[in-house]
Every structure is written in structure tokens, then in C-alpha cells.
Design a protein around this ligand. Structure first.
Ligand code: ATP
Ligand code: MG
Length: 399
């Protein structure tokens, strides 16, 4: 049977953790084999050394923080607590340890004994776990971003699909408009042609030359109307296909407007007055003459069509050193406020047009032509005072 001392010695020597005894001043008095293995010392190298040779405590536990040379206070401070410290090996390398210092009374002498456990494996595992968690977090983060991108792409695709659907709807709507408008707008000149042709037949037998001529003119006018409508359809299609490119040329704006007004006067009655005024010393401008002619013809014909029997239509042009400005004012029926936002849409006609003929394509084409020449179109209108259109082109619209 082993005596107590031998048993104690065997237990200490075979412990799986390091064991150390220090006195009240922190001087090492005993170390076990495992402690020597952990720190890479021979036991004799450690006996009577300061405990700080082996252990470095965190700042708040370190001896320096406490009253100098008062080891008691320091030891008492860490006694009974389980704390972590840094172990310093003989070769200077360090490793994490956990220790618990206990006060032991032995033969009236106070010693402090501590079990020191190497935390390297646990710390490494904790670090690996942390790394794994961080990796996982970054993978989750990356995946979240990918998912967000995917959602954004889906949203774009959804929007594109909605746009396509919307376009499809618009095309269908335009088709419906076209059919109803074409049947309406084509019918009146066609029936006029038919009526005039039958009347010519009758007047031919009676040899009434005057009446025959009048109906021939009516037929010609109706054919012109039909040609104009077809021309508008063609223009819309050509603009949409990008086939219309302005051909710029210099011309005298004043002469151009005067000639155009003379042509347009044929559409007016004697109480519908057309006036023209030009401001500025320059009269030459650089634009596509035939596109501009279409624009002004439609604006003037609108002003005439959408005016009462007695009316005043004023055309004003202005050339300064920045721009060309063309303005057309009438005191006609005006455009209802609720219809104004749709004015440039193809086939759109305001509510107050009643039986005045028109396809609703004119302003749509005008707006596109103006844009092709880098210009802008604006208007103001009220049912009480009439309509005021303004076209502005930059002076060097070619560039
Ligand atoms: P089109 O010119 O193709 O023969 P339209 O004259 O009806 O037909 P737009 O020139 O595009 O078509 O005009 C669109 C609509 O704008 C007209 O139907 C009319 O309601 C309104 N509008 C245009 N100009 C005037 C104006 N000067 N006064 C009152 N309403 C106008
Ligand atoms: Mg018109």
C-alpha cells in the first residue's frame, strides 16, 4: 500500500494538465512533468523563478496593475478565479492556457497551487469554427447578392414583358383606331366621288358643262383628301422605320410663309382672315423645307378647320441669333383641357371636333418632323380664347 505522499506525488506527476505551486511572492516552488512538457523546461530551471517567466496575464490581472512588490494583493486577486493567460515556452513561443489558482495551507505555510490547461486545441477549434462561420456568412452574403441580382434581372424581364404587352396593346388599339377612322374618313370622299360621278352622268345627257365641271372639281378634291390621308399613313410608317432624314437647305422663310398662306387661303371663307408677320432682320433659314411645309400646312389647316366662320389666324415668324420661332395663333374652338395631354398621340381627336373631318394623325407627324429637325413644339389652348402653337428650331439645327 502506497503512503499518502507517494500517492500524491504519483497523482501530480501523472496529471494530464500542468500543475504549479508558487509562494506568496509568485516564486515557483513546484512543477509537475506535464507542466515542464508544456513549457519546454526542465523542472530545475523553473524552481525559484518568478511565475511570470511562464505566464502572462491579461492587463487587468497583471501584477503591474497592482501595488508594486505586493505580490499578495495580486495573487489574492486572481486566486479562486478561473482565468485565461498566455503561456510562454522556453523558446519564446506562446500558447493559450486556462488556469485556476487556489490557496492551500500546508504545514502552516501558505502556498498557491494552480492547474494549467493547454487551450491550444480548443482555441484552434474555436478559431476554425469562427473561420467556418465567417466563410459561411460570406457564402450566404454572396448567395444573397446573387439572389438579389437574379431578382433584379427577373424584375427587368418582367418589366420588358409588361412593356411588350403594353406595346402589343397599343398596336391593337392603333389598329382598331385605324379601321374605325379609315372607314369613317374614306367613306365621305368615296361617297362624294360616287355622287358626283352619277350627277356627271345626268348632266352629261343634258350637256350642262358648268355642272359637270363643278362635280369634276369635287371628285378631284375628294381624291386629294384620300391621297392626303394615305400620305399621312405612309409618313407615320416611314418615320417609324427611320426612313425620313431631314434634307437641310437654305430658303427665305418669309417668302416660304407668304406662298404657303396664299395656298391655304383657298380653304378659308371670306370671314376667316389669315395674317402674317415676321420679326428680325434676317429672313434666310436652314431647315428641311418640305418637312416644315407639312408642319405649317397642318397647323394652319387645323386653325382654319377648328375655327368658327368668323375668325382671325395669325402666323408670326422670328429669326434671332439663337433660333427660328414660328407661331400660329387662332381664336377658334380651342382644345378642351382634359384632351390636351393626348394631343400628339396618333389618331387622337379632341371631344369638341364633332363632325369636322380629320384623322388625328397630323399633329403626331408634325411633332415627329419637328423633333427630326431638333426643334420643339409647344402649345397653349383654351376653349374660350383659342389655340397658340409655337415651333422653335435651333439656328444650327443641322449640327
Ligand atoms: P388630320 O390633321 O390628320 O387631318 P386632325 O386635324 O384631326 O386630322 P391633328 O392635326 O393631329 O388631327 O389634330 C389633332 C386634334 O387636335 C384635332 O382633332 C383637334 O381636336 C385638335 N386641334 C388641333 N389643332 C387645333 C386648333 N387649332 N384648334 C382646336 N383644336 C385643335
Ligand atoms: Mg390636322
Amino acid at each position: 500500500m502506497m503512503n499518502n505522499e507517494a500517492l500524491l506525488h504519483a497523482i501530480i506527476e501523472n496529471a494530464i494538465d500542468g500543475i504549479i505551486n508558487i509562494d506568496q511572492k509568485g516564486i515557483i516552488k513546484l512543477v509537475n512533468t506535464r507542466l515542464c512538457e508544456l513549457f519546454g523546461y526542465q523542472s530545475r530551471e523553473l524552481i525559484n523563478e518568478q511565475v511570470e517567466t511562464l505566464l502572462h496575464f491579461k492587463d487587468e490581472l497583471s501584477r503591474q496593475k497592482h501595488v508594486k512588490n505586493n505580490a499578495d494583493t495580486w495573487i489574492i486577486n486572481i486566486t479562486g478565479k478561473e482565468c485565461e493567460a498566455t503561456g510562454i515556452k522556453k523558446d519564446g513561443s506562446t500558447f493559450p492556457v486556462k488556469l485556476a489558482l487556489r490557496k492551500v495551507l500546508c504545514n502552516d505555510e501558505v502556498v498557491f497551487t494552480a492547474v494549467i490547461h493547454d487551450l491550444s486545441v480548443e482555441k484552434k477549434m474555436a478559431e476554425q469554427l469562427m473561420e467556418y462561420t465567417n466563410n459561411l456568412e460570406s457564402v450566404v452574403h454572396d448567395r444573397t447578392i446573387e439572389l438579389q441580382k437574379l431578382i433584379a434581372q427577373l424584375k427587368i424581364s418582367q418589366n420588358e414583358a409588361e412593356d411588350l404587352l403594353e406595346k402589343e396593346k397599343e398596336i391593337n388599339q392603333a389598329r382598331t383606331y385605324f379601321v374605325s377612322m379609315a372607314s369613317h374618313e374614306f367613306r365621305s370622299p368615296l361617297s362624294c366621288i360616287q355622287l358626283s360621278a352619277s350627277l356627271i352622268e345626268r348632266y352629261f345627257n343634258r350637256l350642262d358643262k358648268e355642272k359637270i365641271m363643278m362635280h369634276l372639281h369635287k371628285i378631284k378634291a375628294s381624291v386629294k383628301d384620300l391621297t392626303d390621308i394615305l400620305g399621312d399613313f405612309l409618313s407615320v410608317e416611314q418615320i417609324e422605320a427611320g426612313k425620313i432624314i431631314p434634307i437641310y437647305g437654305e430658303f427665305d422663310l418669309v417668302i416660304f410663309c407668304e406662298e404657303l398662306l396664299n395656298e391655304m387661303r383657298q380653304l378659308t371663307n371670306k370671314n376667316q382672315k389669315l395674317f402674317y408677320n415676321h420679326a428680325g432682320i434676317h429672313t434666310i433659314c436652314l431647315l428641311d423645307q418640305s418637312l416644315l411645309k407639312y408642319c405649317l400646312s397642318n397647323l394652319i389647316s387645323n386653325a382654319i378647320k377648328y375655327s368658327r366662320d368668323i375668325c382671325l389666324i395669325e402666323l408670326e415668324t422670328k429669326i434671332d441669333d439663337k433660333e427660328y420661332e414660328i407661331r400660329l395663333k387662332d381664336n377658334g374652338i380651342g382644345i378642351p383641357l382634359k384632351d390636351q395631354e393626348h394631343l400628339f398621340e396618333a389618331f387622337f381627336r379632341a371631344d369638341n371636333t364633332q363632325d369636322i373631318p380629320g384623322t388625328g394623325l397630323g399633329l403626331n407627324i408634325v411633332q415627329r418632323y419637328v423633333k427630326l429637325m431638333n426643334g420643339t413644339i409647344q402649345f397653349k389652348s383654351s376653349e374660350s380664347s383659342g389655340t397658340d402653337f409655337k415651333l422653335i428650331f435651333p439656328l444650327f439645327s443641322v449640327i
